[in-house]
Write a protein that binds this ligand. Sequence first.
Ligand SMILES: [Zn+2]
Length: 215
Amino acid sequence: MTSMRTTRTDSTRADRLAGEPADDAQWDAIRTNNAAWNGRFLYAVESTGIYCRPSCASKPPLRNNVRIFRSAEEAERSGFRPCKRCKPERERLPDREWVEEIKGFIRSHCHEPLSLAAIATACLGSPYHLHRTFKRVEGVTPADYLQSCRLERAMSELRRTDASVAEIGARAGYANAATFAARFKREKGLSPSEYRASVGAKPDETEASKGEETR
Ligand SMILES: [Zn+2]
């Protein structure tokens, strides 16, 4: 059986370093065997050559020996073997599902001041991996996505309501009217009021014309 065991050479060590070091949130999950993080990442231990799920009850590794992987395939490609106790190879990391969850969270909270850290806390991930996974799956960053949600929301309100531009900007999560106007202009090539006029919503005349129509 010993023939199956590969001796560690410089190259396998270099390959193993393909994973990432654990950030504070991940390390905390590993240290506390936090099952809520299963599916978010796998961790491999340099000194044992084995990889585990966050919840694994095996002896806690030294943080410096920990490498983080996004999938069993990645960990195995880097020369690690699955732990017999927590069977991490059975876990398919549902990145797509996770990203959908993140998108839902961003959409429904886009009117709030939303930092990457806040998104990561709500969606159970570390900011770094959330950002990377989101970018890989969606092709844009969470911040880009947040901006497009805000813009969509503002556009919809400009079309449907007669609230003032400043009010709509605030409701859509822009820090102030100037930021709203500048971002809007950059994305759409029009100011918010020009956009409103271009789609035919003329709030100043809405009430008057309504009165005429119902006559
Ligand atoms: Zn394990």
